[in-house]
Design a protein around this ligand. Structure first.
Ligand SMILES: [Zn+2]
Ligand SMILES: [Zn+2]
Ligand SMILES: [Zn+2]
Length: 176
């Protein structure tokens, strides 16, 4: 509601400036102020009447904006975390491993269920294909930037369940 009034006020301020610039006589100017006040009161009343709906819509919009503003912020949890993340193989992870389908080495992901390595959607989409072929393999770790992506949620994730895999990859990549 406040924002609504603010937007309206901006329009009205423009009118004031316009009227002032025309050197309108003072009486006319005061009548305008009266009109403006009436107008503002009626607007406030109108939106106040439907405030629960209006407010909910506003909050929803705010939440959506918030989501898009922080779209790279990883989720703390997703329904695919439990069950699909298998223990890291004993011999660790090889972050220089090529895509098992096309052999590309530029931008690969490792599946956290079967630990096979496939290339990204920006190379030949072999991890995308793997996710479609293996319906219960959801989570992947990027050998490029160590981010973890859930193909089924379309979101980055950050949860302690994923740390052993990420640590193993970091250990290999940065020779920690
Ligand atoms: Zn897999
Ligand atoms: Zn590939
Ligand atoms: Zn998920």
């Amino acid at each position: 509601m406040t924002i609504f009034i603010f937007q309206k006020s901006q329009k009205l301020i423009k009118w004031f400036v316009f009227l002032y610039s025309r050197k309108t006589n003072l009486l006319f100017f005061y009548r305008w102020i009266f009109f403006v006040l009436q107008f503002l009161m009626s607007e406030a009343g109108a939106s106040g009447g439907c405030s629960p709906d209006g407010r909910d819509k506003y909050l929803q919009q705010l939440a959506q904006n918030h989501d898009s503003m922080f779209c790279v912020e990883p989720l703390k949890w997703c329904p695919h975390l439990e069950g699909s993340v298998k223990p890291v193989p004993d011999n660790g992870l090889d972050t220089s491993h090529p895509c098992v389908t096309c052999g590309d080495t530029t931008e690969n992901w490792v599946c956290l269920t079967c630990y096979k390595v496939f290339c990204s959607r920006y190379v030949n989409e072999h991890m995308v294909e793997h996710n479609k072929a293996e319906q219960d393999h959801h989570l992947t770790l990027s050998y490029a930037d160590m981010s973890i992506w859930c193909y089924d949620c379309g979101q980055y994730l950050d949860n302690p369940i994923l740390y052993p895999a990420r640590d193993a990859a970091c250990k290999h990549k940065f020779k920690e």
